[in-house]
Design a protein around this ligand. Structure first.
Ligand code: BGC
Length: 407
C-alpha cells in the first residue's frame, strides 16, 4: 500500500481563513457590512499570521511533507500599485519556515479574497482584473519564486460556474438546521449588496475572466520564476446520474471541467478539490439515511476516487489540493481520510498520475459565511487562547505521511 517516493502529503489552509485581521480584503468589508449574512466576522481567525512558525513546526512533527497556504493579495497590494515590503517579507519568512522544517510549500495566489479596492474596478467581472492579478503574481514570484516550488494561481477557478448554477437552481430559502448548504449560500449572496466583491461572479463574464487571469498569471510566473510549477485548482463534483440524467451529468462536467482545459493546457499540474458526490435525477438529494457532514452535504469519501479518474483526462499530473470533512466527531474524520486515501491508492495502482494529497484543513478555521461552526481541522483551535490541540485524525494522516503508505 505504498505511495511514490516524492508523493506530497500535506494539509491546506487559506490566508483569510486562518491568518486573522485581513482588513484590506473584500471579505473583511463584506463581513462588516450592516446586514451582512456572514454568521460572524473572521476577526483574529487562528492568528496564523503571528503563529505560523509554531503551526508549521507542528505539521512537521506530525509527519507531513508539504504545506499549502495562500498569500493574500490585499496584504501585498493594499492600495492599487503600492506593494507592501512588510507583507512580502512576512511571506518570505513563512516560506523559509517551511523549508527549514523540510515541508515543501505550495502557495495559492488567490484563495477567494481580493483587495477591497478591486470591486470598484469591476471585481472578478472587470476587464482589467486579469492584468492586475497577473501583475501581483509577477511581483510575488519575482521576490519569492526561488522559495516557491508549486504555485496555484486561482483556487477553484471554476467557482463562478458552480455559483451561477447554484443560484439558478436555488430552492426557496431554508433557514432550518437541515438547510442544504447551497440554499444557504445562494440566499446569503443574493441578500448582499456587494455581490461583485466575490470571485463567485454573478455575470456571464465570470468564468472567462478567471480563465484569462490564470493564463496571464502563469505567463508572468514563468517569466520571473521558471522553476516554479504552476497550476490552478478546480472544484470537482462526483456527479452520479440516475437513468435519464446522464446528459445533465455530461453537461455539468463539460462546464465545470472540459471548458477549462484550453486554459490549463500547458500547466504543470492540476489541483483537484472534492468533498462529496452530487446525485442527479429524481432522487437528487442524498439518500434519506445518508450520514451528513456539518456542511449539510453527504459524508461520501468515495467521491474523490471517481473525480480523480475523470480529471485524469486532462492529461496533467494531478494533486489533491483539498479533500476533507466538517465534523465534530473526529472518528468520522479518520474514517473519511482512510477511505479517501484508499481511493487515491487505487487510482495510482491503475496508473492515474496523482502526485500528492492535501487534507483540508490543517486547523479548525473560518468557514466563510458559516463562521467558525464547521470543524474541518486536523488541529483544534481554542480561539480565546489560540491554543492548538492535535486531533487523532492528525496523528492518523501524519502516520500515513511518515510511512508513505497505508496499512
Ligand atoms: C474552499 C475552502 C473551504 C472548503 C470547505 C473549498 O471549496 O477552497 O476555502 O473552506 O472548501 O468548504
Amino acid at each position: 500500500m505504498g505511495f511514490p517516493d516524492d508523493f506530497l502529503w500535506g494539509t491546506a489552509t487559506a490566508g483569510h481563513q486562518v491568518e486573522g485581521n485581513n482588513t484590506a480584503s473584500d471579505f473583511w468589508a463584506l463581513e462588516h457590512t450592516p446586514g451582512s449574512r456572514f454568521a460572524e466576522p473572521s476577526g483574529d481567525a487562528c492568528d496564523h499570521y503571528r503563529l505560523y512558525r509554531e503551526d508549521i513546526a507542528l505539521l512537521k512533527e506530525l509527519g507531513f511533507t508539504s504545506y499549502r497556504f495562500s498569500i493574500e493579495w490585499s496584504r501585498v497590494e493594499p492600495e492599487p500599485g503600492f506593494v507592501s515590503r512588510a507583507a512580502i517579507e512576512h511571506y518570505r519568512d513563512v516560506l523559509k519556515a517551511c523549508h527549514e522544517a523540510g515541508l515543501t510549500p505550495m502557495v495559492t495566489l488567490h484563495h477567494f479574497t481580493s483587495p477591497k479596492w478591486l470591486p470598484d474596478l469591476g471585481g472578478w467581472e472587470g476587464d482589467e482584473t486579469p492584468e492586475r492579478f497577473a501583475a501581483y503574481c509577477r511581483v510575488v514570484l519575482a521576490e519569492l519564486g526561488q522559495l516557491i516550488p508549486y504555485a496555484v494561481t486561482i483556487n477553484e477557478a471554476n467557482i463562478a460556474v458552480l455559483t451561477r448554477r447554484m443560484i439558478a437552481d436555488r430552492p426557496a430559502p431554508d433557514t432550518t438546521e437541515q438547510a442544504p448548504v447551497g440554499a444557504d449560500v445562494a440566499d446569503a449572496l443574493l441578500g448582499s449588496d456587494l455581490p461583485k466583491v466575490f470571485l463567485f461572479a454573478f455575470g456571464e463574464a465570470g468564468p472567462d475572466i478567471a480563465k484569462r487571469a490564470h493564463v496571464l498569471a502563469r505567463q508572468a510566473i514563468r517569466e520571473v520564476s521558471p522553476t516554479t510549477k504552476v497550476g490552478v485548482t478546480l472544484a470537482l463534483q462526483d456527479y452520479q446520474p440516475e437513468p435519464g440524467a446522464e446528459e445533465t451529468a455530461r453537461e455539468r462536467w463539460a462546464e465545470d471541467f472540459d471548458d477549462f482545459l484550453p486554459s490549463i493546457d500547458g500547466d504543470d499540474f492540476l489541483g483537484v478539490q472534492n468533498y462529496t458526490r452530487a446525485r442527479l435525477g429524481e432522487g437528487h438529494a442524498p439518500p434519506e439515511d445518508a450520514e451528513r457532514t456539518q456542511m449539510g452535504y453527504e459524508f461520501y469519501p468515495q467521491a474523490l476516487e471517481n473525480v480523480l479518474r475523470h480529471a485524469a483526462t486532462a492529461g496533467l499530473p494531478l494533486i489533491v489540493t483539498e479533500n476533507g470533512v466538517a465534523t465534530s466527531d473526529d472518528t468520522r474524520r479518520v474514517e473519511f481520510i482512510r477511505q479517501a486515501t484508499e481511493g487515491v491508492h487505487r487510482c495510482l495502482a491503475d496508473g492515474v498520475d496523482v502526485r500528492g494529497y492535501f487534507y483540508w484543513s490543517a486547523l479548525d478555521n473560518y468557514e466563510w459565511m458559516f463562521g467558525y461552526r464547521p470543524k474541518f481541522g486536523l488541529i483544534a483551535v481554542d480561539r480565546a487562547t489560540q491554543r492548538r490541540t492535535v486531533k487523532d485524525s492528525a496523528h492518523f494522516l501524519g502516520a500515513i505521511a511518515k510511512r508513505n503508505s497505508l496499512t
